[in-house]
Design a protein around this ligand. Sequence first.
Ligand SMILES: [Fe+2]
Length: 263
Amino acid sequence: MLIAHLSDPHLCPPGQLYQSVLDTTPRFAEALAQAASFSPDLLILSGDLTEHGDAESYARALDLLAAFPAPILAIPGNHDDREAFRAGLSGLPNLVPLTPSGPLHAIADGPVRVIGFDVTVPGDHHGIVTPDHAAWLDATLSAAPDRPTLVMMHQPLYPTGIGFVDAFRCFGEDTLAETLVRHPQAIRLVAGHVHRFTLTTFAGRPALTAPAIATSLALRLDPGAKAASFTEPPAMLLHHWDGERLTTHLQPVGAFPGPHDFF
Ligand SMILES: [Fe+2]
């Protein structure tokens, strides 16, 4: 099973540049085409599909996603609008269904089960795992205790060392850790939000953030560093399940010289 993972495209209304510097629509289109070339079984989008949460931007997303040749599991980020997201993607034929009210959770079954776990707080930039969230996840994980499971959120549960984004991470990590300890089949936690690839452990299992389709946050590890971004090459992750092991590959988006003979 192959899972293509894109994050943070931050689509804008026609004629607008993301943060006045970047047209994100062609970058997202190129990333989707490249992801499709790997023939994935599932596409997962870990939030910030749009920059402003407006209907025009969701209409652009729908145009770009409708032809994708695999099911799509998408959750919102802090830049999305919950109800506009729900309404805007409702016409997407290959969308993994979203919960009909409240947070926009979604579940895709397969050799690896994927749970889209919406921890966003409407109107705010950080995320939180509330006792209600944890109860939903506990019940959802309990329904398939033997299936390897990937849990996707928007904001990660851990500080990355980049202070200006860590202030807006997902809080409530103790609540989630208490839930996960009952579910060893939850083998991987993935997120977006940081606009950089990071990898650590959380509750004894690998936890990562995917790179962004939009600009990358500056790698500034000094506490109090000024927030900034760079127009680095976008990239995606490909999570490959071989029946025993889930291996994550990082693939830059673009056309590069090659293939060259290697051996
Ligand atoms: Fe973002």
